[in-house]
Design a protein around this ligand. Sequence first.
Ligand SMILES: Cc1cc2nc3c(=O)[nH]c(=O)nc-3n(C[C@H](O)[C@H](O)[C@H](O)COP(=O)(O)OP(=O)(O)OC[C@H]3O[C@@H](n4cnc5c(N)ncnc54)[C@H](O)[C@@H]3O)c2cc1C
Length: 415
Amino acid sequence: MERFDAVVIGGGVAGLGSAYTMAVNDLDVLLIERGGNIGEKSVYGGRIYSWVFEQYVKGFDNAPVERWVKKERLTFLDESESVSIEFSASRACSFTAILTKFNRWLSEKVEDAGGLVVSGVKVEDVKREPLRVVADGEEIGCDVVVDAEGVNPIIAMKLGIRKDWKPSEVAVGVKEVFKFSESQINERFLVESDEGLANLFIGYPVFGNGGGFLYTNKDTVSVGLVVRVDFAMKKKLEVYDLVEKFRSHRELASLLKGGSMIEYSAHLVPEAGIHGVPERLHDKNILIVGDTAGFVLNRGFTIRGVDLAFYSGVLAGESIKKALDEGEIALAGEIYQRSVEESVIMRELERFRKALKVLENTRLYEDYPKTIIGILRDVFEIKDESKKLYDSVMEKTKGKKLRMLMDVFSAFRGL
Ligand SMILES: Cc1cc2nc3c(=O)[nH]c(=O)nc-3n(C[C@H](O)[C@H](O)[C@H](O)COP(=O)(O)OP(=O)(O)OC[C@H]3O[C@@H](n4cnc5c(N)ncnc54)[C@H](O)[C@@H]3O)c2cc1C
């Protein structure tokens, strides 16, 4: 039987983070990915916060970054109109990337550091005492397993490390990629060649728990919608129809005009924040990282999954190294548990504990975009007589001012 210090299940960003950390620390590590090529199964919106890669990956300067995000735009949509707020930043803390390419680049880093990456092979099972991973009908022995299988935690559930998601804890995301030329993107989105835009959309067509996104890459644009599964079930929504409607809205249609769709994908995303993280992140020497552990933070106008997933992989790798150095490999899980609890991952998830509750308030998606658009229409639409801003605000918020104030207050506190 072949033996490794550690076997990593899954070649998403979390698995790659743990394999990379172990490989650079001279551990004997094997990463197994079921997709034919690394990155093939990776689906996300489009933006990555860079801090963790800058800090931990040697040669990050050569990463396949598409554009550094310097423009943040939040757009409220009703059926036919829109209002946007835009922040133009002088410096960027995130970049757009094609996750398939980015993960492939990370896997090269793992291999350069001496890790073994095998793709096109599915891990079927993990057996204990002694610890073994079963893949392709063969058993591979190891001291530690890092389970980075993503949002469908089949193995983690089988091992009793985590429970399946409730429909209120996950959203389904659909993403399309449109091809343009680099100069078309620069002109249309008013950005320089290395600068990009992240645009989040609230309101139409979901009018409920979910929203749209658009990210500019070098010569493509990633567009999509994310809708919470329980909301889609309750309202009997077909996410594919919603995407069609979203794309056909005046605002989106003009942004996507002339582009040709070259890619379409769908995936689940954990949405429960801290409420979706199991109390124990390991069972003895089997550690869970990334989406499997629920390390995703959705604050409505930003989503952080990739950086937290990679960092959880780094913490898992470092914990395993520490346990091996101390000659107590059985302590790897405990060391990992402590390091995650003390890390920015849990601090962030704890800080935004109330975000899930705030984002469940459907008035944020239905009433308020329509109210804001209605007020601005009154202000800007001048025929013969025009309306005072005060009169419009009073009329559009009649009977709901207190509720609105309370909603705004809880959004400020929770997000
Ligand atoms: C629509 C959408 C938009 C998003 N937008 C953003 C965004 O803009 N920014 C951001 O930071 N985050 C975003 N996220 C979240 C982010 O994509 C995830 O949090 C992150 O990619 C999780 O990485 P992971 O490695 O844990 O899981 P994954 O990337 O899912 O990787 C798991 C890997 O394990 C493999 N695998 C599974 N089972 C087995 C097995 N039995 N054997 C072998 N291999 C296996 C899979 O093939 C897969 O490659 C988004 C997610 C979605 C769905």
